[in-house]
Every structure is written in structure tokens, then in C-alpha cells.
Design a binder for this molecule. Structure first.
Ligand SMILES: C[S@@+](CC[C@H](N)C(=O)[O-])C[C@H]1O[C@@H](n2cnc3c(N)ncnc32)[C@H](O)[C@@H]1O
Length: 153
């Protein structure tokens, strides 16, 4: 998808920028549908391979923000409009440097908006989350994983 420049800020192709926009557009609509549903008390967005949140456009050299930064903006704003619903975002990457960079771009959660940064192999993380989140919270949670999104797109 992109070629590493300094190990933290990757170069990004126009194709990948379009993918960021598609995911952002999907979540923009999805969150409203879910939060308006009375059976949905909690929304969780997980990006298992979140990268650093920031890229350099391969052709223009401009800064481009990735999925975590875009989704954080959307869901943080939505959480403020639905104070009775919990909204959580979980960002994970196997690179500790990239997660540290992302953490500096995204403010802490507050109130009903929860932000977590993890630094694990996504295969291990997904296995753990499938037990912790699905097992404990069951049907009350809506989980949108990177895998699901990729499949839809
Ligand atoms: C797939 S892209 C991330 C794109 C990002 N989700 C976005 O939309 O902005 C590449 C990232 O996956 C991470 N990665 C690759 N294999 C991984 C693994 N097994 N576990 C966690 N992260 C991984 C890399 O460190 C890199 O930062």
C-alpha cells in the first residue's frame, strides 16, 4: 500500500487515499444508523493495523491523514451527540513507534468516548478481543474490524 520513508510516516498512493475516503464515508453513515438504533448501547471501532495516522502523499508530498485520525474525528463528534451511548475506538499496530506517533495526534477520550492504543500483533489481538468483547458483551456490541471493512470494500 505504501513505501516507508522514515519508518513512521509512510508514503501513500492516490489509491490508498481513496480507500481512506471510502472507509471514512462508510463510517460516517454507519455510525448514525447504529447510534439511532435503540438496541445499540455501544459502538466499538477497531483498527488492528492502524499505522501512525499520518502519511506523505507520494505524488504531491502533502500530509494525508489515515483512517484512525479520520474515524476519531467522526466518532468523537458523534459521541458528544449521543451522551447515553458508549463509543470506543481501539487503535493497534505492531510498531511501537507508529502507535506513539498516533497517540500524539489523537487526544485522550473523555466522558462516553473511549480511546485505546495497543501495540500487539493483530492476530493475537483479534483472538483476545473475540473472547473479551464478543464473549462478555455479546449482542450489545457492534464490532467493525479492519477485516470486515476490507471485505465490504
Ligand atoms: C495496513 S497499513 C495500515 C493502514 C491504516 N489502517 C490506515 O487506514 O491508515 C500497514 C500497517 O500494518 C502494520 N502491521 C503489519 N502487520 C501487522 C501485524 N501482524 N499486527 C499489527 N500490525 C501490523 C504495520 O506496522 C503498518 O503500520
Amino acid at each position: 500500500m505504501s513505501r516507508e520513508t522514515d519508518g513512521i510516516i509512510d508514503e501513500v498512493s492516490p489509491h490508498t487515499v481513496k480507500k481512506f475516503e471510502l472507509v471514512e464515508g462508510y463510517v460516517r453513515d454507519w455510525k448514525e444508523i447504529m447510534l439511532n438504533n435503540s438496541s445499540c448501547g455501544e459502538l466499538i471501532f477497531i483498527d488492528c493495523m492502524s499505522n501512525s495516522g499520518e502519511y506523505k502523499h507520494r505524488e504531491t508530498g502533502e500530509t494525508v491523514y489515515g483512517t484512525p485520525v479520520r474515524i476519531n474525528r467522526l466518532l468523537r463528534e458523534a459521541a458528544s451527540r449521543y451522551p447515553r451511548k458508549n463509543v470506543s475506538v481501539i487503535f493497534n499496530d505492531k510498531s511501537a513507534w507508529k502507535i506513539a506517533h498516533l497517540k500524539a495526534l489523537i487526544p485522550e477520550g473523555s466522558g462516553n468516548y473511549h480511546v485505546s492504543f495497543l501495540n500487539e500483533d493483530c492476530n493475537v489481538l483479534l483472538r483476545r478481543l473475540s473472547h473479551e468483547v464478543c464473549g462478555v458483551r455479546g449482542k450489545h456490541s457492534t464490532i467493525l474490524t479492519r477485516q470486515l471493512l476490507t471485505g465490504m470494500l
